[in-house]
Each structure stands twice: as structure tokens, then as C-alpha cells.
Design a protein around this ligand. Structure first.
Ligand code: HEM
Length: 185
């Protein structure tokens, strides 16, 4: 009997070894199979970028992640951000879902995710002290680095800006400026 056969027969003679070999084979199979088939649902494809627009509080409410697109918007300090990428945080089962489709400013200022810290009516935050307002601005800054800014949160009676006209004007004036620059060349 050569060396290899000896090892094999010795291994197989002990039921504990046989069990261990079976376990190893099973684990290797699980690892290899696990690599081939990712577990869980595939991640959602990213949504298209929203065009710049302002929102009333009511319009914002539509974007709490339960709509057909699953988009999540959130306002902080009068600015609306598209936080869909952070759905794990703000989506329906996320720890901060209370902020989805809402003005999160007061919750962030108070460091609270309690429903009753978010007002149904427009919140002008005028009763917050300097420290709380500073906290709101810090959150605004932090979120603006991570998420797309979509537009303003409108105060009651405030008109939405027409960003398409604004953009046309901007591009027209930059074309004019380019024209002027050419003339002076
Ligand atoms: C025990 C309490 C808490 C723990 C352990 C906790 C933990 C965390 C962790 C681990 C992150 C992720 C950081 C990252 O990966 O970027 C996070 C983000 C965040 N937390 Fe908390 N948190 C707590 C309480 C709160 C409260 C009370 C609020 C409400 C004001 C809050 C608001 C946020 C927000 C807005 C984010 C940013 C999510 C984003 O990047 O979009 N957290 N927190």
C-alpha cells in the first residue's frame, strides 16, 4: 500500500474523520455556490436625477419612498435633497424613515426621530436657539456633500421658481458673454 492509500484508509477508518471530511466538503460547496449566486434581491438601479424644482410641504410628502419610483426627498433648513441613495436610512423600514418626505430640520436640531418633533404645518424654526440652528446648518452641509440638491422648500404662499427659464437665461447670457469675448479678441 503506498503512502496516499495509507492516509486515506486511516482517515476513513475513523467515523469522526469521515464526519469532518463531510463537513469540509459541505462548507466548501456552500462557499463556492455562495460566490456564484448573490444572496438577497439585486440592488435597485439608480433613479434619474430630478430636474431642479421647488416643493411645498404637501408636494414633498409624496416622496417618502412608498411611491412607485421609491424616491425619497428630505428637506433640511429650507433645502430639499434627494436622499434616495440613503434609502437604508430613510426608506420605509429605515431608522430615520420619519424624515422621508418631510422637513427634518427640527428632528435634526433636537437629535430626535420621534414623530411628534415633525410638524404637520410649515415650520419656520423661529423658536430654535443658536446652538440648535447651528446643528441644523451642520446637517445641511453634511447632507449636501452626499446627496443631490433638488430645490427649495417653499414657505406658505411662496411661489416656486421657474428654473427652466432661469437656466435658459443663464445659458443665453453665457452665450452673450462668449460672443462679447469673441468681439474683443
Ligand atoms: C443611538 C443612537 C444613534 C446611533 C447609534 C446612530 C448611528 C448612526 C450611524 C452608524 C450612521 C451612519 C453613518 C454613515 O455611515 O455615514 C448614522 C447616520 C445618521 N444619523 Fe444616526 N444614530 C443614532 C441616532 C440618531 C438620531 C436620534 C438622529 C436624528 C436626528 C440621527 C440621524 C442620523 C442621520 C440624519 C444620519 C445620516 C444618514 C445619511 O448619511 O443620510 N441619528 N447614525
Amino acid at each position: 500500500m503506498d503512502q496516499a492509500q495509507k492516509v486515506v484508509s486511516e482517515l476513513l477508518s475513523n467515523p469522526v474523520n469521515v464526519g469532518l471530511i463531510g463537513l469540509i466538503v459541505f462548507l466548501v460547496y456552500k462557499i463556492v455556490r455562495g460566490q456564484k449566486e448573490p444572496v438577497g434581491p439585486a440592488p435597485d438601479p439608480p433613479l434619474s436625477k430630478l430636474k431642479k424644482q421647488d416643493f411645498t410641504l404637501e408636494q414633498l410628502r409624496e416622496f417618502d419612498g412608498t411611491g412607485p419610483e421609491g424616491r425619497v426627498l428630505m428637506a433640511v433648513n429650507g433645502k430639499v435633497f434627494d436622499v434616495t441613495r440613503g434609502k437604508n436610512f430613510y426608506g420605509p423600514n429605515g431608522p430615520y424613515s420619519v424624515f422621508a418626505g418631510r422637513d427634518a430640520s427640527r428632528g435634526l436640531a433636537m437629535f430626535s426621530v420621534s414623530e411628534d418633533v415633525i410638524r404637520e404645518e410649515y415650520d419656520d424654526l423661529s423658536d430654535l436657539d443658536n446652538e440648535q440652528m447651528e446643528r441644523v446648518r451642520e446637517w445641511e452641509q453634511q447632507l449636501s456633500e452626499k446627496y443631490d440638491y433638488v430645490g427649495k422648500l417653499l414657505r406658505p404662499g411662496e411661489q416656486a421658481a421657474d428654473y427652466e427659464v432661469e437656466e435658459e437665461e443663464n445659458s443665453a447670457s453665457s452665450e452673450r458673454a462668449a460672443g462679447e469675448a469673441k468681439k474683443t479678441e
